[in-house]
Design a protein. Structure first.
Length: 309
């Protein structure tokens, strides 16, 4: 069945639906619901999502999904991809055509600049290309790209389908398992290195005995460290110019330490940028009240009152 024929049938259904509502008010009929699209996400190998002027793609590779935007190509967070695929999977049912007037597209959120455009590919061939509009919890509207007709469809999870590129990126800077113990760490600054070591049950830094409970609380706060303030415009080539300090944590289960580098560019806001050994191709931007405060303390914060005397 061609889409022009489908539009005609849905318009006719809409008229009959309106008559039915006049004759039997308060009752909604599903008599004229028609399948518009059938999506088998297991067969998809690529999705391209547009929101306004921004676009990114998700591509299925042998090792998993890859999220790409511009020159960035990163492993996608699988849980986020699964949510998107679940939201698109199955039959998209249409209740009728609400308009064929391009001047009304904005009213339904399906104009090029306002809606979420979805392109679905299988074996490198584009199978579907449509724009979704509406508000989460309300009616969902769909217009096929290049066509005039706007359909009211069964509600779709627009909050999932409309997620931006960052939702598919790994936000982890540091992740230490609960059964893993930090046996030492260092703060390295250009002119000073603070070396923290554990001797029996006591923590010591450069010969100064510390309040071990305070050090333990500090380390507990680093076990799961995340950020979503990605700094894709920070130049990796010139990063060494802005090197400021770094954190190195030794674990009882790893030969190499966990590392987080901190860069400082006083001409930008925020001024601090971070890169983790767990994702050495990704930079994060934070101000002094964010990651920097969590990672680098004043040594006096760890010293007991007895040690200060």
């Amino acid at each position: 069945m061609s889409r022009k024929t489908l539009i005609f049938l849905l318009l006719t259904a809409g008229v009959l639906y309106g008559v039915s509502r006049l004759l039997w008010p308060g009752k909604r009929s599903n008599l004229f619901t028609t399948e518009l699209i059938q999506v088998d996400t297991a067969l998809l190998d690529q999705l391209i999502l547009y929101s306004g002027d921004h676009a990114f793609s998700l591509k299925r590779e042998q090792e998993g999904w890859i999220a790409s935007k511009g020159t960035l190509h990163l492993p996608a967070v699988q849980a986020a991809v699964n949510e998107l695929l679940a939201g698109l999977s199955g039959s998209i049912q249409a209740h009728g055509v609400v308009t064929q007037n391009p001047e009304e597209w904005r009213k339904y959120g399906v104009e090029e600049a306002g809606g979420v455009r979805v392109q679905l590919f299988r074996s490198k061939a584009r199978k579907e290309d449509f724009i979704l509009g509406g508000q989460p919890g309300g009616p969902t509207y769909l217009r096929f790209s290049g066509q005039r007709g706007v359909y009211e469809v069964e509600p779709l999870p627009l909050n999932l389908i409309g997620m931006d590129f960052s939702a598919y990126r790994n936000p982890v800077l540091l992740e230490i398992a609960e059964n893993e113990k930090v046996v030492g760490f260092e703060w390295r600054f250009p002119d000073t290195t603070y070396a923290f070591t554990k001797i029996e049950n006591n923590w010591v830094c450069n010969g100064t005995t510390l309040d071990s409970s305070k050090v333990t609380r500090y380390l507990s706060g680093l076990r799961n460290l995340t950020s979503r303030t990605f700094a894709d415009d920070f130049d990796e080539v010139e990063a060494s110019r802005y090197a400021f300090c770094s954190l190195h944590l030794a674990s009882n289960q790893r030969e190499e330490p966990y590392t987080i580098e901190c860069f400082r560019d006083s001409l930008r806001k925020p001024v601090y940028f971070f890169r983790s050994g767990m994702q050495d191709e990704v930079f994060f931007a934070e101000d002094s009240t964010g990651l920097y405060r969590r990672l680098f303390k004043n040594l006096t914060d760890f010293i007991t009152e007895t040690s200060r005397q």
